[in-house]
Design a protein around this ligand. Structure first.
Ligand SMILES: [Fe+2]
Length: 229
């Protein structure tokens, strides 16, 4: 089972604060049946100053510990790329950090509005040969479930990553309602990931995944690549 949105890399953002916390989160994911984890630190986010050098250091330290202590778990490096609207579409594409060995790239929108450049940027991502995955679109208040842009995005192969904690209601009624509405409207374009940050309120909740949604979790990176095809 693949979890394509996690904050296991230590010391970069609001995810694991240190290597022991990152390792504990990896160990817990593996206990819950996950055998492939994409590490998706925030990238280009106005909230965090994450740089390539920091990612490389965190990646090196965590993969070393995981190989020794959670040997059944495969880590893949990706990012959660913020689409702030401050970049033109071609600059946005040039700054992407897709999942290693894959054309998939995870992109988050601001929570409070939909940037004017969102759709031109996302379609530029598709034209460049990447597969865009919107991280927790249920959180973006400016994104209407029935909008023309969202319909065109999913028609073009774009995916919607719904967060398990939102779907099952652990983050409030509004998130539950918005995520389930997206799932009802775009069932072939939705996948589920944990967006886990810690072992507390934002812990991985794969033990609470209802059986009816098990088919929305990709088995591995290859399955994610061909999702809906
Ligand atoms: Fe995230």
């Amino acid at each position: 089972m693949l979890d394509c949105h996690t904050h296991v890399l230590p010391g970069l953002d609001d995810g694991a604060p240190d290597i022991d916390a990152g390792l504990a989160l990896c160990r817990r994911l593996h206990e819950l049946g996950v055998d492939q984890v994409v590490a998706t630190p925030h990238w280009c986010s106005p909230r965090f100053a994450v740089e390539d050098e920091g990612i490389a250091r965190a990646w090196s330290s965590l993969t070393t510990r995981v190989a020794a202590e959670v040997p059944g778990l495969r880590l893949v490096l990706g990012s959660e790329h913020h689409c702030s609207g401050l970049q033109d579409p071609s600059a946005f594409v040039a700054s992407l950090h897709p999942f290693t060995g894959s054309r998939c790239v995870l992109i988050e929108l601001p929570d409070d509005h939909l940037p004017a450049s969102t759709w031109p940027s996302l379609f530029a991502v598709s034209r460049a040969g990447f597969r865009a995955i919107l991280a927790h679109p249920e959180r973006c208040k400016g994104l209407a479930a029935g909008s023309d842009g969202l319909a065109a995005f999913t028609d073009a192969g774009g995916l919607l990553q719904l967060t398990l904690g939102h779907l099952i209601g652990t983050h409030g009624f509004a998130m539950r309602w918005r995520s389930r509405r997206l799932l009802a409207r775009y069932p072939r374009s939705c996948i589920i990931a944990s967006d886990s940050h810690d072992l507390n309120i934002r812990r991985p909740r794969w033990d609470q995944l209802p059986g009816k949604w098990r088919h929305l979790v990709p088995a591995d990176l290859a399955a994610l690549e061909r999702w809906g095809g």
